[in-house]
Design a protein around this ligand. Structure first.
Ligand SMILES: Nc1nc2c(ncn2[C@@H]2O[C@H](COP(=O)(O)OP(=O)(O)OP(=O)(O)O)[C@@H](O)[C@H]2O)c(=O)[nH]1
Ligand SMILES: [Zn+2]
Length: 215
């Protein structure tokens, strides 16, 4: 264990700027500070020298990344602003958005899984702004989970927002917990899908898969 003047052995919140440990009761609302404190402990347990200038800010950096970025989907207040338009043209065919970049985290190992999502729906009274589809997918992906749950949650969220049962979701992802450790298979890909309403019919599933970009 390295010796460290920033002392992680106290039961409190670590502040790398002041090198002080703060009573956690004072700041228990502040997730970032609590996470930084505990991440500093993890680093100490691994024998990392947190006095190294390159590592000094790592606990705060990781905490900021967890709360504001990669796990922002845990806080519903971060849900993106949604723009719906009246379906004035009476469009009643499938709308499909393909190749949506997706980054999530495996809840078992806390390492990323990433890939692409395809979303399709048949509108009722409203259509959604296209970029909002990407934003919703990215928001729901931004938390620790398994791919199956992510797929279902995205499908159900679009059912709710678009007020239509006719939704399909397909996700293709690489899991770093499979690729970079454990079985160390960096070739295998996991595919999951969600079908509701008309998309449960074989004909619509075929249409959905035929419309997807094959590359
Ligand atoms: N179904 C499902 N499993 C996942 C997902 N992400 C990771 N896993 C699996 O979760 C399992 C956790 O298994 P454990 O045996 O508890 O963990 P482990 O000892 O690290 O297992 P290995 O990865 O086989 O080394 C592993 O088989 C992972 O591949 C996911 O999105 N869906
Ligand atoms: Zn995993």
């Amino acid at each position: 264990m390295p010796t460290n003047k920033n002392n992680s052995s106290h039961n409190g919140v670590y502040n790398s700027n002041t090198s002080q440990v703060i009573d956690p009761c004072v700041l228990d609302h502040d997730k970032q500070k609590v996470i930084a404190f505990h991440f500093a402990k993890i680093m100490d347990s691994l024998g990392l020298d947190r006095t190294d200038p390159s590592l000094q800010e790592t606990p705060n950096r990781v905490a900021k990344m967890y709360v504001n970025e990669v796990f922002r989907g845990l806080n519903e207040n971060n849900f993106p602003k949604i723009t719906l338009f009246e379906n004035t043209s009476g469009y009643n065919e499938m709308i499909l958005v393909d190749r949506i970049a997706l980054y999530s985290y495996c809840e078992h190992h806390f390492v990323p899984f990433f890939g692409e999502a395809t979303i399709a729906y048949i509108p009722n009274d409203h259509v959604i702004g296209l970029s909002k589809i990407n934003r919703i997918v990215q928001f729901i992906a931004s938390k620790p989970q398994i791919q199956e749950k992510l797929t279902t949650e995205i499908g159900q969220k679009f059912n709710e927002i678009l007020q239509t049962q006719d939704v399909a979701v397909f996700i293709k992802a690489h899991h770093l917990c499979v690729a970079s450790r454990g079985v160390e298979d960096n070739r295998s890909v996991t595919r999951t899908s969600f079908f509701s309403g008309k998309f449960q019919k074989e004909k619509m599933k075929t249409k959905f898969f035929d419309s997807m970009d094959k590359f």
